[in-house]
Design a protein around this ligand. Sequence first.
Ligand SMILES: Nc1nc2c(ncn2[C@@H]2O[C@H](COP(=O)(O)OP(=O)(O)OP(=O)(O)O)[C@@H](O)[C@H]2O)c(=O)[nH]1
Ligand SMILES: [Mg+2]
Length: 400
Amino acid sequence: MLVGIIGSPNKGKSLLFSTLTSIEVPVADYPFTTIQPNQGVAMLRMKCAHVEMGLAKCDARGGHCKDGMREIAVPLLDVAGLVPGASEGRGMGNQFLDDLRTADGFVQVVDASGRTDLEGKPAENFPLEEEIGFLQAELAGWLAGILKRNEAKYKNRGLAELMEAVSGLGYTSSQITVAAQKAGVSLERIQWNGEQTARFARNLWADGKPMVVAANKADLPGAMERVKRMQTGREGGESSGGASATGHAAIRPCSAMYEHALQKAARAGMIEYSPGVPDFEITGSPDAAQRQALERIRSFMKENGGTGVHAALRELVFGKLGMMVVYPVEDENHYTDRKGNVLPDAILVPPGTTAVQLAAAVHTDLAKSFIGAVDAKTKRRVGRDHPLQNGDIIKIVAAR
Ligand SMILES: Nc1nc2c(ncn2[C@@H]2O[C@H](COP(=O)(O)OP(=O)(O)OP(=O)(O)O)[C@@H](O)[C@H]2O)c(=O)[nH]1
Ligand SMILES: [Mg+2]
């Protein structure tokens, strides 16, 4: 599982990454601050299965469980800003896009305030649709480039060879078939010209990789109103495009700056705050100016249901991607591993994951020696193709 954080330069991608992963990375008010990708793990909180099972606690490994809310790890990648023409090598070019090949979905960070353009330079009222639309086009262009580079593998051939040519991008054969249908191109004895390849890539991109738009810098004056206008499809009063420019992406207003400020205040002991939670409590003694700043953040959070940073990632992971959290255990009666740790692991799996696929996610050897599984909640034995549900606790039975 991997989520890519993408967008044009100077939009707050790295600050957003930093608040999600607690990793300090360079953040600055000019384009191309980030060149080498930043890699980290975000923590999303959700209700832990130990609560549902009536257990006093769990022994979460690699992430905390506090007040019945468990941290679930989501790997993130923050890359260099993408500019128009990147798929033809402009700016930082294509190189880092290749780092995103394996991403399951994307958070596109845009500047909700419209104060920066597609190059990351100062602007006024830069249209949100243009920012969102350009990125879709660039990424489709990048995909078309991959197809063209690998054309020899599928030319005059069919679906199987095309799949092979784009293997590693994580597309299913049905996604490829649908994209070809929508683009009006044949998958038999493939002979596409440049325009047909581009059309196929656009369709594959649009349906294939889920995306959420994080409308960042929503703390700046006028930004929230701009996002709301866009959400209702009336941005700038233009007739065409609002809804279609955003395609299938949901738009979530957020402020990485406010999230960052809260985390800093919490570390300084000024407030009690759990990242992603919609409110905080003043526990220290801020001075008048600090108190005023905190109250400004609080009123933003009240309107937005929080800073919006974690909400954007949550929307992508659990909403768009429909990921499930599953708890593998070795003892189905006590919900523990061999050493007696209660619900030690909580892992993210895609919708439709079967018992044997879970075994493979835990360890490849476990899938090879898979015999069956036990649903620890019902104590029922299930087979290899049994589809798992969100929150399942599963014991894998394997040959020695
Ligand atoms: N007001 C406000 N400023 C923000 C917010 N998030 C980021 N910034 C500022 O925007 C500028 C760019 O932030 P970065 O995180 O470096 O942006 P980036 O998208 O990673 O930029 P590149 O790596 O250059 O592409 C910095 O000056 C940040 O302090 C926000 O939510 N609100
Ligand atoms: Mg950056």
